[in-house]
Design a binder for this molecule. Structure first.
Ligand SMILES: C[S@@+](CC[C@H](N)C(=O)[O-])C[C@H]1O[C@@H](n2cnc3c(N)ncnc32)[C@H](O)[C@@H]1O
Length: 222
């Protein structure tokens, strides 16, 4: 898979793309991620990318030209262009699964007051990572990249995905490690029993219970 990220703040991605599972996936060429500075595409002599909004109001608006040219510089017939915006479709795990099957994703990060409305016609999809306002689309696009890359073949063991929260619309079951007794709080006996079928049943029950208590909306979906 290839991912191109269009941003005004490329250096924000440096450490995120170097570390942990994401860093290893890039190193092993399981995913190719390139960061592009939208400012490089501005035709303005001062490399301006934003201006005051018509009709007044606070905040600078991103101009269409640099963004159009930035998108076109990386777009191919296989590309899916995604605008990061709080006005987009709420992002969730099923969408991460779907996006992980794409050949090429272009993520467009906004900033300031947001995008000139005409930029919306240049994209295939608008995504929001939640009902809150971030300063820019960089962190939002990192969320999307991280959640997609860990689903790519070979990046982490496939079995791990099947046990994670949201698979089958359930939250994950409780997990424990050493010590068996921590300040009087003990690991449930069933997990120490070595009885695989009982462990499987206990985990499923716990998953259902947690989901009922914390996210009944997920059970309604299933
Ligand atoms: C300050 S926000 C602009 C918000 C815009 N004025 C509005 O109210 O819809 C600047 C940029 O941050 C990004 N952003 C902010 N919140 C986001 C969210 N919840 N999901 C995805 N992107 C977000 C978008 O790229 C947006 O263009």
């Amino acid at each position: 898979m290839k991912i191109d990220i269009l941003t005004l703040f490329p250096s924000m991605f440096e450490s995120v793309l170097k570390e942990s599972i994401l860093g290893r996936a890039i190193e092993k060429k399981q995913v190719e991620i390139k960061i592009h500075n939208i400012r490089d595409f501005s035709l303005d002599p001062h490399k301006k990318v934003d201006d005051y909004g018509f009709g007044g109001g606070k905040g600078m608006v991103l101009m269409p030209q640099p963004i159009y040219d930035a998108i076109e510089s990386v777009r191919t017939k296989d590309s899916l262009v995604i605008m990061m915006t709080p006005q987009g479709i709420p992002y969730e795990q099923q969408m991460a699964y779907n996006l992980s099957k794409q050949k090429h994703i272009i993520l467009l990060c906004g900033h300031y007051e947001g995008f000139d409305e005409r930029i919306r016609d240049m994209v295939d999809m608008e995504l929001s990572i939640g009902d809150f306002i971030l300063t820019g689309g960089e962190i939002a696009s990192m969320v999307v990249v991280d959640s997609i890359v860990r689903l790519l073949p070979g990046v982490i063991e496939e079995e791990s995905h099947l046990q994670e929260s949201f698979h089958n619309n359930l939250l994950d079951y409780p997990v424990y490690t050493k010590p068996v007794d921590f300040k009087g709080k003990k690991v449930p006996d069933v997990l120490l029993s070595g009885h695989h079928e009982n462990i499987r049943k206990w985990r499923l029950e716990q998953s259902k219970l947690k989901t009922e208590q914390r996210r009944p909306d997920l059970l309604e979906k299933s």
